[in-house]
Design a protein. Structure first.
Length: 241
């Protein structure tokens, strides 16, 4: 099986990482400068198609005239992420609880790459999988951020704690602000869905419950926005505190 990746940045990243199989280009862009750039990356196979065919392949009209096929994404194991994260003095992981929107997952992966997150943990069932939309929204970051799928988040928390991680969960009802934590230690940040937040058992198994203080009229943030705020604060605090 293969996944269709679409959009300029996602397709370029797919070629650079040598994951791309067939490169599909809109016929109208045959002589475009970006097309020449992609061809310089030595794609395995190039097919020029109509806009209608490209839309059918990508299942989206927001493909920017480019898409490529690549083997289905193979997630990392939790052990692989923990092993590679040991190389850092203060590893940072993110656990996602109930994220169903591929745009949210893609944006979180993009932010994770920007702020040096060592791995993302998602459930193998009941959450959005890594697909073409996730890849496009991540603008290629999916090729650099390790994503692990697990069957049970609470059992995973037990494993993380045994490995020395402190669990920090985002909860709008928490009494402590997110920037009051000392993040200079192995950390796993848990981000829940917009509709339901972090599940009850995960909250109970967390070491810290924190909130992002807000003064506007809404009482919650988009999950990807909340994740970005956490990642940025942890990165900042580890550099300057």
């Amino acid at each position: 099986m293969s996944t269709i990746v679409y959009g300029k940045n996602a397709v370029r990243s797919s070629l650079l990482s040598k994951k791309a199989g067939t490169l599909y280009i809109a016929l109208r862009l045959k002589n475009d400068s970006f097309t020449r750039e992609l061809l310089s990356l030595s794609p395995k196979k190039v097919v020029y198609v109509s806009d209608a065919e490209l839309k059918h392949l990508a299942k989206s009209d927001r493909n920017q005239g480019y898409c490529s096929s690549e083997e289905d994404y193979h997630p990392f194991t939790l052990n692989e992420i923990l092993t590679s994260a040991k190389e850092k003095p203060y590893p940072l992981l993110a656990m996602l609880d109930g994220i169903e929107d591929p745009h949210n997952l893609g944006a979180i992966i993009r932010s994770a790459d920007a702020f040096g997150v060592d791995g993302i943990i998602i459930k193998s069932h009941g959450e959005v999988p890594v697909n073409g939309t996730v890849s496009k929204v991540s603008t290629g970051a999916i090729d650099y951020v390790k994503v692990a799928t697990v069957t049970n988040l609470n059992q995973t928390l037990v494993t993380l704690k045994k490995a020395g991680y402190w669990i920090v969960s985002s909860d709008g009802k928490a009494k402590q602000d997110y920037d009051a934590i000392d993040y200079k230690c192995p950390i796993c940040v848990v981000i829940g869905s917009e509709g339901f937040g972090v599940s009850r058992l995960v909250l109970e198994n967390s070491d810290f419950l924190v909130k992002i203080p807000m003064c506007g009229h809404v009482n919650s943030l988009n999950a990807s926005v909340a994740a970005s705020i956490f990642f940025a604060e942890i990165s900042r605090s580890r550099r300057y505190k």
